[in-house]
Design a protein around this ligand. Structure first.
Ligand SMILES: N[C@@H](CCC(=O)N[C@@H](CS)C(=O)NCC(=O)O)C(=O)O
Length: 355
């Protein structure tokens, strides 16, 4: 009795300590401050609220970024908008909350956000002890290193005894430590919680290198005073499958986000986009009929309308459209699709059947 009372009393404390510990949440439990699972019936809460609360970074152009007009854009933002389109037929029924790397998991566990859509790598411990339920990967990435163009640094080994800027609470911080230990290279980690301070410190020359997901390096390089003076080394030191997540405990919400992402991929595979989706309404192709909900009742299984995928594509577009407008050649990032092509085009994106 006294023992359980003590556990209840210290549970919030454990959560706070974990939130401040600087790790990426491996030991954080899935219990909220009242000692219950934060997410049961979360889907119903979202539905009755009429709005999805999405945790994003807000600081990574192309992924989630707040423009000068206060509007959010990016692939992570579009995943939130796609989920809202499926739930409410309204991609704008989303409230965005900015979260840094250290805050993000606690925000999900305590129910501050419904969905985390924020360049987050899917890992085993986040899937288990941190209590996340990941939706499909929306961007396959890897960790890179950026240095000054004229620094003479060509590889990680050249950063021996140099200062490397890195953000706290990320897989980035851990991978760097692992790689350097494995290779026996001594270095000085310069760790910050705030992404702006991390990059500003590098820009001031107080770090000789900076490490992050390669996409984030490309994205944040565009915000540096002289982007062209910085190069990203060819070396890729990890796999970073970036995926949205919800807290464990509500399969309905997890399924909604999961199948919203698959809808984006499947639509591209079927050649359906925001411009032509209307023309497919009378299609005779059974795959397309089921996908758009003109036949069958696939949406019902998710608690949605049967045309949920059509709503997503109409409002937000397919994966290719989302990629192009946020990360593609017409954007400042100009990221090649690479592994993020459809499986049928040599990439890793694949949707299970809509049946
Ligand atoms: N994918 C890695 C790194 C994610 C991450 O937070 N990267 C930093 C590097 S740019 C970032 O996005 N910061 C933005 C912020 O704190 O708002 C992870 O899941 O741990």
């Amino acid at each position: 009795m006294r023992k359980s009372a003590l556990i209840l009393a210290i549970a919030p404390l454990i959560l706070v300590i974990n939130a401040c510990s600087g790790d990426s949440g491996q030991t954080t439990n899935t219990t909220n401050t009242s000692g219950t699972q934060a997410t049961s019936n979360r889907w119903d809460t979202v539905k009755s609220r009429g709005q999805l609360i999405c945790g994003v970074s807000g600081e990574v152009p192309g992924f989630s970024f707040v423009g000068t007009d206060g509007k959010y854009s990016g692939i992570d933002v579009d995943v939130c908008r796609a989920t809202a389109a499926a739930l409410f037929d309204n991609p704008d029924a989303v409230e965005f909350r900015n979260l840094n790397a250290k805050e993000r998991f606690t925000a999900l566990q305590t129910g501050e956000v419904d969905v985390l859509s924020r360049n987050t790598s899917w890992t085993l411990s986040r899937d288990t002890s941190v209590g996340l339920e990941f939706a499909p990967v929306v961007f396959y990435d890897g960790q890179g290193i950026m240095v000054g163009k004229n620094s003479g640094i060509k590889s990680l080994a050249d950063l021996k005894d140099k200062a490397i800027c890195v953000q706290a609470g990320t897989t980035t911080e851990q991978n760097l430590a692992d790689q350097m230990r494995k290779r026996g290279i001594t270095y000085k980690p310069v760790v910050f919680e705030d992404v702006n301070i991390t990059f500003a410190t590098y820009a001031e020359g107080r770090c000789q290198g900076i490490t992050a997901d390669r996409s984030a390096l490309v994205a944040r390089r565009t915000t540096l005073p002289k982007p062209e003076d910085n190069v990203i080394l060819d070396e890729v030191i990890s796999s970073e499958p970036l995926a949205p997540a919800v807290a464990k405990g509500d399969p309905k919400l997890a399924n909604t986000v999961k199948w919203a992402v698959y809808s984006l991929i499947k639509a591209e595979e079927l050649g359906i986009n925001s411009q032509n989706v209307g023309q497919f309404a009378n299609s005779n192709d059974p795959d397309i009929k089921r996908f758009l909900g003109t036949e069958g009742n696939l949406g019902e299984g998710l608690g949605l309308t049967n045309d949920f995928a059509a709503r997503i594509i109409k409002h937000v577009g397919n994966y290719g459209e989302i990629y192009d407008r946020n990360l593609g050649p017409k954007t400042k990032l100009n990221l090649a699709r690479g592994e993020n092509k459809l499986w049928s085009q040599g990439g890793l994106l694949y949707s299970p059947p809509f049946r």
